[in-house]
Ligand binder design. Sequence first.
Ligand SMILES: [Mg+2]
Length: 274
Amino acid sequence: MTAADGASPAVPEPLRAAVAALAASAVVVVALDFDGTLAHLADDPQAVAPVPSATTALRALAADDGVVLALVSGRPAGELARLAEPPPGTSLVGSHGAETGRVTAPGVAVLDDAVLTAGESTLHERLAGALAGIAEGRTGVWVEHKPVGLALHTRLAAPDDAEAATQEALAGPAAWPGTHALHGKDVVEISVRRVSKGEALTRLRDAVTEETGRPVPVLYAGDDVTDERAFAALRPGDVSIKVGAGETLATFRVPDPEALAVVLGDLAAARASA
Ligand SMILES: [Mg+2]
């Protein structure tokens, strides 16, 4: 379909062409961020849900044996499964790659263990104390505990408080030896283990390549700074899609989760009719 025959004008024609080419591959990895990509952002991170058309598209992709579907998120993997409710069989990459798992039933995941070393555990506790100190007395600034790190959230804070807390975190605990920081939208995430969506995506591709015995193209879509690591890990023949505004390494851009859902639905439809 083209914009001329009534399809969403929000999906650029070159992206449609790239998706059509990708659809012809016997096996395809479709790896997607969740927040801001399949779902709109919300003030309460526990109230985030995928847009209905994205849920429909994920189901169609999951029904295709040649599609390896994965969600790649900064959220803990179990929470990702609960909120995104991806179809059974979906691979989960949580905590920016520190956790992996697989969806076994809607909203339910079996997770591989992410066990901290004694050193990582000690550092995790120190980080928790430091970030609690930064959040204290600043309304709307709060700390989320994750399996291999912590996140300082500032979305609900007044701009001055958000900026001050962010700068304190970046200049302080984010700079400690052994910590790894990611500065995303209204959040500073600090991990005690080096993780990135790029490394996670490469591991996923390598595993699928080993299984199929041939190179497998990847479609990756994301909306935030942390997704840039994944875009940077892509190769010629892959399809990279930035959702929303902002500088990006991605080749293509769509405005919102609804437009991405159109792209995913097109991919599923093209493969089904091939
Ligand atoms: Mg996101």
